[in-house]
Design a protein around this ligand. Sequence first.
Ligand SMILES: NC(=O)C1=CN([C@@H]2O[C@H](COP(=O)(O)OP(=O)(O)OC[C@H]3O[C@@H](n4cnc5c(N)ncnc54)[C@H](OP(=O)(O)O)[C@@H]3O)[C@@H](O)[C@H]2O)C=CC1
Ligand SMILES: CC(=O)N[C@@H](CCC(=O)OP(=O)(O)O)C(=O)O
Length: 342
Amino acid sequence: MIKVGIVGGTGYTGVELLRLLASHPQARVTAVTSRKEAGMQVAEMFPSLRGHIDLAFSTPEQAKLSACDIVFFATPNGIAMHEARELLQAGVRVIDLAADFRIRDVAEWEKWYAMQHAAPELLEDAVYGLPELNRARIRDAKLVANPGCYPTAVQLGLLPLLEAGVIDCSHIIADCKSGVSGAGRKAELGSLLAEAGDNFKAYGVAGHRHLPEIRQGLRSMAGEAVGLTFVPHLTPLIRGIHATLYARLTKDCDLQGLFETRYAQEQFVDVLPAGSHPETRSVRGANTCRLAVHRPQGSDTVVVLSVIDNLVKGAAGQAIQNMNLMFGLDEKSGLNQVPLLP
Ligand SMILES: NC(=O)C1=CN([C@@H]2O[C@H](COP(=O)(O)OP(=O)(O)OC[C@H]3O[C@@H](n4cnc5c(N)ncnc54)[C@H](OP(=O)(O)O)[C@@H]3O)[C@@H](O)[C@H]2O)C=CC1
Ligand SMILES: CC(=O)N[C@@H](CCC(=O)OP(=O)(O)O)C(=O)O
């Protein structure tokens, strides 16, 4: 049994890790932290986990994290970078669900995250945890930077087009919508029902911190710099991301065949039949990205529709997929959930 530690077990991605790991046949959570709820039973705080976990929250200082085989950081940005070095030295593998190790260029990271990086020397060996792009490197990784939710939906939607070199890389548009759980479980005015419910708005148009992460990923797929306009929107869903991606085709090709071939061996990417419109509810609770590719009226514009559950393929599910790879397990282990409907 793999012994798992979770730092930040009371947040949305932390409790999603707990939910998914409860049915993982080869992993067991042995330590889970919360500073505010230390001492409280996990199942008392989250009755959905009654009968599945018999553990109390501890403070990060008291939790026996160095006795774990792997520790997930489900914490705000800027926490894992202070803790990862010591854990790695103790032989513990680390997956950060936040952004501390996602951007290779330290100056760029410090600009977007407005703090000084505490462990720049770890960036060299940190592996970006998008299995569909980096599977071989993730298998050997000790430290994985789990991708952001928007970056997962956007990169999976554009990967086949960029690898095949069939679009104009200088002008790509990612028009994305997220559910409110993307903002986390902390109390915030904008997440109140009366603010976010029955409402729809864009935000971060001038520049969102996922922009450099997405740009970095797309550049590695394309082999050249990309010009990207990324506009996130908040939509009154609890879970879900819907990305509508636009690019100009530079070569004629069988787009449906291109996507189906690229993802034929991928267990968590589902290319829908031509003409389809994927829905966020079709991935709710599951580690799946569903895609559809369109070429409206035969024009030279390709439109890709990409949906994920932000808490699963966009965070906790993808982190478990990465853990499975790092420990040589079946990639689907613990990730066989069928999406919840309606
Ligand atoms: N929500 C989403 O859809 C996604 C989130 N992410 C990323 O995952 C991370 C977690 O997100 P989410 O679960 O939504 O966040 P939440 O705000 O819901 O939860 C944060 C958790 O971190 C703990 N925490 C906060 N500060 C510290 C600290 N200084 N030291 C130790 N623990 C701390 C909190 O517990 P306590 O304060 O009691 O210690 C809480 O359990 C973030 O970096 C987020 O950007 C990534 C992809 C998607
Ligand atoms: C709706 C909402 O607020 N979404 C968050 C992004 C989700 C997230 O948690 O960011 P990471 O993937 O980088 O960890 C935001 O825009 O800041």
